[in-house]
Design a protein around this ligand. Structure first.
Ligand SMILES: [Zn+2]
Length: 322
């Protein structure tokens, strides 16, 4: 049975300014990149809801490993330390394991434009802008507390559980760029309050700007020219990474477009669902390339030096044959 993630990136600026920082006791840092607050039961968390579970050490450690993975892969220098609020909610009957949110901000007050999350602005672009709440929210569903695996070791035994570290690594990915403002109708979201202005306030993400159809057309440009940007089920490529976006013929709110189609990369961290006893704890090479295409500085590909070594070896062999 597969359970799908839901990503909580819905509206842009509506939550800014209304989220008081909690006085939660459990905090931790990941280098100078992240300052984490683990919101325990009763602490004010995501939007106006209080956290419904108190973090235990195994859960905290898994979360810190997830954040450390991103910190070790990204070499862009943040303009300031990013604040991360991690919270729990009771989502009984929901197959959602966790969701993430980083507030959007607009570069301009009006007009079609690419928007960034605070995480992108501060970490990728070196900005120092601050919001009223946390830069990144991660909320986890208590309904699955007993179905999660919190260990660091890749379990050799079948536990039937979902790897918490994989889930949180995935969720952070949404806040740093794996997100889309494409809509079910084959268009892009428009700025709140200006819906009637249609394209004049069309919003899209950096990720969206890299989506092309089979003819090689940018779907953002298509939308800008007044055309339907894409159809459900259409194959959409992401730059030259070999990856395609998850675009099923039936729209799945929170999953469609903002994920990598696993058919294009079986090991993708950012595929829309996770199976038990499956570990996707880091980015694939295709996803690393996509991050670079989205403007991030990433650690060099490990295979580059390996390939160079292989080349040397081949050269040596040839020389010996001569
Ligand atoms: Zn997701």
């Amino acid at each position: 049975m597969k359970r799908s993630f839901w990503i909580g990136i819905i509206c842009a600026v509506c939550c800014l300014g209304s989220i008081p920082l909690s006085s939660a006791v459990q905090t931790a840092s990941v280098g100078s990149t992240f300052s984490c607050t683990f919101l325990d039961s009763g602490d004010q968390g995501f939007f106006d809801s209080s956290s419904t579970h108190t973090w235990d050490q195994g859960q905290i450690d898994a979360a810190l490993r997830a954040l450390s993975t991103w910190d070790s892969l990204i070499t862009s220098t943040p303009g300031r330390t990013l604040t991360v609020g991690l919270t729990w909610y009771d989502g009984a009957n929901s197959s959602t394991l966790a969701s993430a949110y980083s507030p959007y901000f607009y570069y301009q007050s009006n007009g079609p434009q690419q928007v960034s999350t605070l995480a992108e602005s501060v970490w990728r672009d070196g900005g120092t802008r601050s919001g009223a709440g946390y830069d990144i929210y991660i909320q986890c569903n208590t309904a699955h507390l007993d179905s999660l695996y919190y260990g660091a070791a890749l379990s050799a035994e079948y536990t039937g559980k979902y790897d918490f570290q994989s889930i949180l690594t995935h969720e952070v990915g949404h806040t740093v760029g794996f997100l889309s403002l494409a809509t079910q109708t084959g268009a892009f979201q428009v700025q709140s309050g200006n819906a009637s202005a249609a394209y004049s306030t069309m919003l899209y993400t950096r990720y969206d700007s890299l989506l092309t159809n089979r003819e090689g057309q940018s779907i953002v440009e298509k939308a800008g020219n007044g055309n339907t940007a894409f159809t459900l089920g259409e194959t959409l490529s992401l730059a030259d990474t070999g990856l395609t976006a998850y675009n099923p013929s039936t729209w799945q709110q929170g999953s469609s477009m903002a994920h990598i189609d696993s058919a294009s990369d079986l090991d993708a961290l950012m595929q829309y669902s996770l199976s038990p006893d499956t570990y996707h704890r880091t980015l694939t090479e295709g996803e690393m390339e996509l991050m670079r295409s989205m403007g991030w500085n990433m650690v060099p590909e490990p295979c580059t030096s390996a390939l160079a070594l292989l080349g040397l070896a081949a050269l040596t062999l040839r020389r010996r044959r001569c």
